[in-house]
Design a protein around this ligand. Sequence first.
Ligand SMILES: O=P(O)(O)O[C@H]1O[C@H](CO)[C@@H](O)[C@H]1O
Ligand SMILES: O=c1cc[nH]c(=O)[nH]1
Length: 232
Amino acid sequence: MSVHIEAEKGAIADTVLLPGDPLRAQWIADNFLEDVVCYNKVRGMLGFTGFYKGKRISVQASGMGVPSALIYYHELINDYGVKNLIRVGTAGSYQKHVKLKDIVIAMSASSTSAINTSKFGSYTYAPTASYNLFEKAVDYAKTNNISFHAGNILTADVFYDDNPEFYKIWAEYGVLCVEMETAGLYSIAAKNNVNALTVLTISDSLVSKETTSAKERESTFNSMIDIALNIG
Ligand SMILES: O=P(O)(O)O[C@H]1O[C@H](CO)[C@@H](O)[C@H]1O
Ligand SMILES: O=c1cc[nH]c(=O)[nH]1
């Protein structure tokens, strides 16, 4: 047991998929895993372990934003010995060519979060994906004809920014999309010498203003889950 996860030692697999949304965790467990056990209900932040193609795999919801997510990433790594952390999330597009339901594999995560400035001061740390997971994801997507974008994303602390034009600063520098956890994930994984990767599906566009429904965000992002399950 850890502070926020009630699982017994050994109840969580070495590879964990990490959606923000507990209902997406449930949906992944129900639709992709076999012999599933729910190991966590604390705060409704559901966690499951099951088997995918014979391999033991877990899925743990982590909530929204770096502070919430870091609690789960920290406990998974330090209390349960998790080695591969694969975030599966939704994101808002910052680029015209990155369309609704497109897949983005995050090579790196710029951020408006203070987690690293509070450590590195005026220097800039670059949170980066683990190359082994990144390479496997790219290979799997190419082999299975899943189209994707790969590049820098933004991990933002604020979902509703006061300035609707804020995204343009990042878009000009090639940032593909915005979400709210990956800079924290890549940083804590690097510090603890474990593997991390984020695979995202575009749920809305800051450029075209299109959106998907909550139901679609919860359950229709099969290609992202397919990639994540096959690289762990
Ligand atoms: O779909 P999830 O994984 O929650 O990810 C994105 O969605 C939430 C905002 O709606 C933030 O957590 C953001 O990172
Ligand atoms: O963090 C997020 C996630 C989806 N869409 C956004 O605009 N922001």
